[in-house]
Design a protein around this ligand. Sequence first.
Ligand SMILES: [Zn+2]
Length: 274
Amino acid sequence: MRSLVFLTILGSSAIAFADPTVTVSPTTVHPGEAVLVTVSGATAEPHAKAGGRPLEMFPTKTGYQAVFAVPLKIDEDHVLVEVSDGAKPVSIPIVAKTFPETKLVVEDELANPDKEQGRQIDADNAAIEKSYEQAKGAPQFTRAFHRPPGTLTSTFGEWRTFNDGHRAQHLGIDVGAREGARVSAVDAGTVALVRETFLMGNVVVIAHGAGISSLYFHMSKVTVAEGDHVKLGERIGLAGHTGRTTGPHVHLSIHVDGGMVDPLSFLKLPLAPQ
Ligand SMILES: [Zn+2]
């Protein structure tokens, strides 16, 4: 619509130079959700910011896109998306959300780790954090991301109190799976990390490009190695209950620029890689 208005006012001189347009999906968000920014009509790679943070744009079939996280802990009631080159900024309202509370009983050392176990947990988290760097650059996927099959048994953001002590927020989704069931890559990418961790058990992180990483926890066995290229649906390991779990299942987390996001919100985004 915007370009039509320009054409009417300026006549033939505006044909090649209509302002780029910005669209966002979704148009309202909850804390911890993923947002897709699409810029169309840009003649060169646009510079964009969300909440003041620069976004890493990648070229797509329809223009340029970027994915970012609305943090779980956020005081603002909106996030502003700004794009250079004359495009109109877009304000996305953030709607507050109360996450459910649950109580879980696990082995005592998993609820109350000692000092040495605490150091291992810190090292595990640092290794995972570092693996996200490998997700930078062009998308390695060309198809839509797949949700792991199975019944959803736990949602993103749920508060968990372990053995009536330590309280933590669940930063992924859990899907029911029997011990030894196949765990598949949710899309194409490169294996960025394989690690035996204290709380998350056997972990695989896949870097998909465009700042997107998928994480799989609690596997009984990992069947890929760091540096392997995997396709959508390729087996990366077997389901299990290693780490802090109450039984076998597949845990999936999705990390994008800015933090962990609800995988179900991420899976809805209309990504259009080349
Ligand atoms: Zn989980």
